[in-house]
Design a protein around this ligand. Structure first.
Ligand SMILES: Cc1cc2nc3c(=O)[nH]c(=O)nc-3n(C[C@H](O)[C@H](O)[C@H](O)COP(=O)(O)OP(=O)(O)OC[C@H]3O[C@@H](n4cnc5c(N)ncnc54)[C@H](O)[C@@H]3O)c2cc1C
Length: 527
């Protein structure tokens, strides 16, 4: 199924539509992978759909992943074959429906002890068998020489061989923005900076929400036939609006990453360490000409929008990266550190968060609030299908078939993300080129170090609903993650262009630069 490619996300017109609409079929709370996926599915089925995000799309966990669309080799270890199969199927669908954002990546497991080779080799054969159904190339064992040729900076002391397999990689927050655009193209209304502060009830049944526009302060009373809570680690906050005494459903587990210059991992292959000496999984992944190293699994007591990597997490990443790379990264090499919180469904007696299920779960409260949580980016489409099937029943809507398996996501284009900076924009790349051609000063980068052009900033504000400098530098482009300190110097130019585009004054510009600096310093490791 093809869609229009020209949609511009315009917040004001969506807010006007909200004010003029008496009632919606479905209101979805949360603009991360889960909520956006649900909104795409609902709108594609023809239900009138409103999505409300308290901050920016993908502000929370959905912009802080390891950037993998993966079958999840490690879930085999948990014996969760059905999750692996589901993930592999979804990986294939994403390659097809968002080829501008998702691409194949070779992962190499370096083998240092004699027993690891057969152990991982056999594990990978099981994975191959599951993956073969979806047409992916098989894993293979690499000699020591081949391993070094593929990863020139791998630690060679004691290296015996490697095991190589294929998985997927993507840009998480760009996919989120493209999903929001897809919702709008399908007739739905995705609105950022709109926080749900209360639930409306009629005769004890959830009948809508009260939401506050975080830009204007205006409150909206919004009626809906069903309300879906897709708020990730904030799930229980919203469930408590329904039932203040409800038992918690979600446990938050923090995962930290660090970003290094490409010289630490030249070439096109990623490293996977399936089991560090303390039992964790470690990835070093080439991404946007840099290297992302992660992650950790640390239980945290509460959810927050800006989690900060703990000292011990950074220490873990530095020491373990040094074990597998010939050049040891030092704190001053780290271009940024970032953390995300996994929403894990708290079932059973598992004591370690790494042992909790990565599956998703749907709950319907006595008053009809539908909650979906858990899962991962890779399976967002299937999660959406399941929750909209459920919501049709709860809302008493006509049951309509899900159509997203073959639905192209906004930006769909033949070319892959490898084709230059604009490749990630897919079918929108041409519009960005035209912007630069019409105003040549927009073709230059914000600073020599930050490779974001003026055209990208203007486009983000004009067509992708970016409202702040942080939205542009952190999620419409990835300047914050690719170099937190350098991105601070790009903030004034970005603020100026945004002010012009959005009709803001100098005081707004100054506030944007100040706020961005404060935020970006949280991603800088060394003073
Ligand atoms: C460290 C780490 C690495 C990961 N790596 C991968 C990976 O490589 N591949 C993969 O497939 N998955 C990965 N995941 C999992 C994946 O990122 C998450 O499963 C997914 O992003 C969760 O999306 P979500 O929409 O449920 O939650 P979120 O992205 O957190 O979205 C919830 C949204 O709800 C909003 N919200 C909360 N309260 C309100 C309210 N009252 N009103 C309005 N909005 C509200 C929040 O602002 C937030 O934006 C990783 C997760 C972590 C933590």
């Amino acid at each position: 199924m093809a869609q229009s490619v020209s949609a511009m996300l315009n917040r004001q017109s969506l807010v006007d539509r909200l004010a003029a609409t008496e009632s919606w079929d479905l209101v979805i709370i949360g603009g991360g992978a889960t909520g956006l996926g649900a909104a795409v599915d609902a709108a594609a089925r023809g239900h009138s759909t409103l999505l409300l995000e308290q901050s920016d799309f993908a502000k929370a966990t959905s912009s802080r992943s390891t950037k993998l669309i993966h079958g999840g080799v490690r879930y085999l270890k948990q014996g969760n074959v059905s999750l692996v199969l589901e993930s592999l199927k979804e990986r294939g669908l994403l390659y097809r429906n968002a080829p501008h954002l998702v691409h194949n990546l070779a992962f190499i497991i370096p083998v240092y002890t004699w027993w690891e080779g057969p152990f991982y080799g056999i594990g990978m054969k099981v994975y191959d068998r599951l993956a073969s159904k979806f047409g992916f190339s098989e894993s293979r064992v690499l000699s020591r020489e081949e391993t070094i040729a593929r990863i020139p900076t791998v630690e060679t002391a004691g290296l015996l061989r490697g095991v190589c397999y294929q998985d997927g990689q993507f840009d998480d927050s760009r996919l989120a923005v493209n999903l929001a655009q897809t919702v709008e193209e399908l007739g739905g209304s995705p609105i950022n900076y709109m926080k749900v502060i209360r639930l409306l009830k009629s005769e004890g049944i959830v009948a809508g929400v009260i939401a506050r526009d975080e830009e204007s302060g205006r409150e909206f009373e919004i009626r809906a036939r069903a309300v879906i809570n897709a708020t990730g680690v904030f799930t229980d906050h919203v469930r408590r609006l329904d039932d203040p005494a409800c038992a918690p459903l979600v446990v938050a587990s923090q995962g930290a990453h660090m970003v290094l210059p490409k010289s630490f991992l030249p070439g096109d292959s990623a490293i996977l360490v399936p089991r560090t000496e303390d039992g964790r999984v470690l990835f070093a992944v080439p991404w946007h000409d840099h290297v992302v190293v992660g992650t950790t699994d640390t239980p945290v007591p509460d959810a927050e929008l800006e989690p900060r990597p703990l000292d011990e997490e950074v220490e873990f990443l530095l020491t373990h990266a040094a074990r597998y790379l010939s050049k040891d990264p030092r704190p001053e090499d780290v271009l940024s550190v970032f953390a995300g919180l996994r929403p894990l469904v708290a079932v059973g007696e598992a004591k370690e968060t790494s042992a909790l299920s990565r599956d998703h779960a749907i709950f319907v409260s006595n008053s009809g609030l539908i909650t979906i949580t858990g899962g991962k980016w890779t399976t967002y489409r299937k999660m959406a299908q399941d929750v909209i099937d459920q919501a049709e029943l709860v809302a008493g809507l006509d049951g309509r078939p899900c159509t997203t398996e073959g639905l192209r996501i906004h930006g769909w284009a033949e070319q892959g993300p490898s084709e230059g900076r604009l490749g990630l924009y897919g079918s929108d790349a041409e519009a960005l080129q035209q912007l630069s051609a019409s105003e040549p000063q927009l073709a230059s980068t914000l600073t020599p170090e930050v490779e974001v052009t003026g055209a990208q900033v203007v486009w983000a504000a004009r067509a992708e609903m970016a409202r702040t400098v942080e939205d542009v530098l952190s999620r419409r482009t990835r300047a914050l993650l690719l170099g937190a300190r350098a991105s601070i110097d790009a903030a004034p130019a970005a603020a100026r262009l945004m002010a012009r585009e959005l009709g803001r004054d100098e005081a707004w510009e100054a506030r944007m630069v100040r706020d961005y600096r404060e935020l970006a310093l949280r991603y800088v490791l060394t003073a």
